[in-house]
Design a protein around this ligand. Structure first.
Ligand code: GDP
Length: 520
């Protein structure tokens, strides 16, 4: 997230590298994670790390300097890539485990492809060197084919021979991880601000409720902070480290188990600290709604006014069911009378299955769902929850303020002459993760794109706690230091909204385009 961190050198402090262990099944990933746990120079004498919280930190001493390394405790590239799919890249370095008595196998190749796709440097642990028939050189030879050339052979990948079983070579492996981090990675973060990071593991605990292991990317997480992790929210009631010790704060790359969330987040969900409980809940609810909206977009639509005639011609329907809602009874009656006078011919039946005064309700949508009806609203609007429900169920709701426009549309639909209609369609949504003040550009919103794509010059709505607070235009759009025209789902970007400066962390920037409503 370097592009978001408009931070000065003085604010950045070194952090531990975060490591994932990958490799073919049975090559010793789990065993190696165990051996590393026992190699911790700080807790080693005290019996090592006993708690499995999803990630742990060990300390390695070299030339009198003690440094920390963080390990993700879920071995394998599947978890690694599942987290990436959620927009989280929590790994700095991958340890690729290859059994010296077996050699490069299909999942070895898969794992290294995944690491390379994510631009994550690899350290190779040639494992099981204690075994008879072990041939570490063969592993080095095989991996040259995949652009992993050992340093001692003139390449730039560190290979370390280890025995996870006997605990041999572990110190050298940890040293190789630190050397690899120092050689090419700038692992620094600002600990002096509100925390943001990623949930790497979470589950429901009988006694403690939802527990989540989180890794802080930047800032410091403290007991008492209100947080949102994915669509879960809550207040940090207590935090534990991998030794089951209570801790009061977590700095960058320090994994902690967090208690106090009201539900269980997903592995790879990002978390942020919110101003207060209420804001946290609102952000979580908005995220949940966005998730539902994404799901419903995949759903097949029910009959709509646009596709009614086509369905009629194909013999799939013979009745157009309508539900009419209006602000006053006079309007509802007038609309009903006028609709029933439309000459529909013999082959189609127009039925008004329900009429009423007042806003469109969930009951109306339920009825429309059961009877495949279209809802016509005259001078009324649906509640937000009702609109969500209609979208989810694929119910066509149409709103008019002039009776003859409603008549025209219904008639055109019956006769197959409905002109294409344009509607404002949401094409992207981004969440503000942090804000940068720039004297040149005003406030820049450091965002994570949550769905679709954000495009420069697009019309936008800034949503806070379910309410639209402004409708600016995407004025500037940047990735790293470059101006770009588009940023897709899962990527971070910096957004400038021109003169509109009233933004807060947690706000959602939704973007819109006018699109033709499809006929089928
Ligand atoms: P994973 O599937 O990659 O997590 O592999 P495991 O860690 O479960 O190890 C698979 C098997 O290999 C187990 O029976 C381990 O005891 C054994 N094993 C792992 N590392 C070593 C090693 O360094 N030497 C020997 N001889 N056996 C090992």
């Amino acid at each position: 997230d370097a592009e978001l961190e408009a931070e000065t050198d003085e604010e950045l402090e070194p952090r531990a590298p975060i490591v994932t262990v990958m490799g073919h099944v049975d090559h010793g990933k789990t065993r190696l994670l165990d051996a590393i746990r026992h190699a911790d120079v700080i807790s080693g004498e005290a019996g090592g790390i006993t708690q499995h919280i999803g990630a742990y930190q060990v300390h390695h001493e070299h030339d009198g300097v003690t440094r920390a390394i963080t390990f993700i405790d879920t071995p394998g590239h599947e978890a690694f890539t599942a987290m990436r799919a959620r927009g989280a890249q929590v790994t700095d370095i991958a340890i690729l485990v290859v059994a010296a008595d077996d050699g490069v196998m299909p999942q070895t190749i898969e794992a290294l492809n995944h690491a390379q796709a994510a631009n994550v440097p690899i350290v190779v642990a040639v494992n099981k060197v204690d075994k008879e028939g072990a041939n570490p050189d063969k592993i080095r030879q095989q991996l040259t084919e995949y652009n992993l050339v050992a340093e001692e052979w003139g390449g730039d990948t560190m290979f370390v021979d280890v025995s996870a079983l006997k605990g041999q070579g572990i110190d050298e492996l940890l040293q190789a991880v630190l050397l690899t981090a120092d050689a090419g990675l700038d692992l620094r973060a600002n600990p002096n601000k509100d925390a943001r990071g990623v949930a790497v593991e979470a589950h429901l605990d009988k006694g403690r409720g939802a527990v989540a292991t989180v890794l802080v990317n930047s800032g410091t997480l403290r007991v008492g902070d209100a947080i949102v992790a994915g669509t879960a929210h809550g207040r940090v009631r207590a935090m534990f480290d991998e030794h089951d010790n209570l801790v009061t704060e977590a700095t960058p790359a320090r994994p902690v188990l967090v208690i106090g969330l009201t539900s269980v987040p997903g592995a790879g969900d990002s978390f942020i600290v919110a101003e207060d409980d209420r804001t946290a809940r609102q952000i979580a609810e908005k995220r949940a709604a966005a998730e539902r909206a994404a799901q419903l977009a995949k759903r097949r639509k029910r009959i709509s006014l646009e596709d009614f005639n086509k369905a009629l011609e194909e013999g799939k329907v013979d009745t157009l069911n309508l539900i009419i809602k209006g602000d006053v009874s006079g309007a509802v009656e007038a609309l009903e009378d006028a609709l029933l006078q439309i000459d529909v011919g013999d082959e189609v039946d127009l039925r008004i299955i329900h009429r009423g005064v007042g806003a469109v309700t969930q009951n109306d949508v339920n009825l429309a769902t059961v009877d495949n009806a279209i809802i016509i609203g005259f001078n009324v609007r649906p509640a937000e929850r009702v609109q969500d429900m209609a979208d989810r169920e694929g119910v066509d709701m149409r709103f008019y303020s002039v009776i003859y426009r409603a008549l025209e549309d219904v008639e055109a639909s019956l006769k197959g002459m409905l002109k294409p209609e344009y509607e404002e369609k949401q094409v992207g949504a981004a969440e503000i993760m942090e804000i940068f003040r720039s004297s040149k550009f005003g406030n820049i919103a450091g965002c994570l794109v949550r769905s679709g794509a954000i495009k420069r010059n697009a019309k936008a709505k800034v949503v806070r706690g379910g309410t639209v607070i402004g409708e600016p235009t995407i004025d500037t759009l940047r990735r790293f230091k470059d101006d770009v025209t588009e940023v897709k789902d899962g990527f971070e970007c910096g957004i400038g909204l021109g003169k509109f400066n009233d933004i807060q962390v947690g706000d959602i920037i939704e973007t819109f385009e006018m699109v033709e409503i499809p006929r089928d």
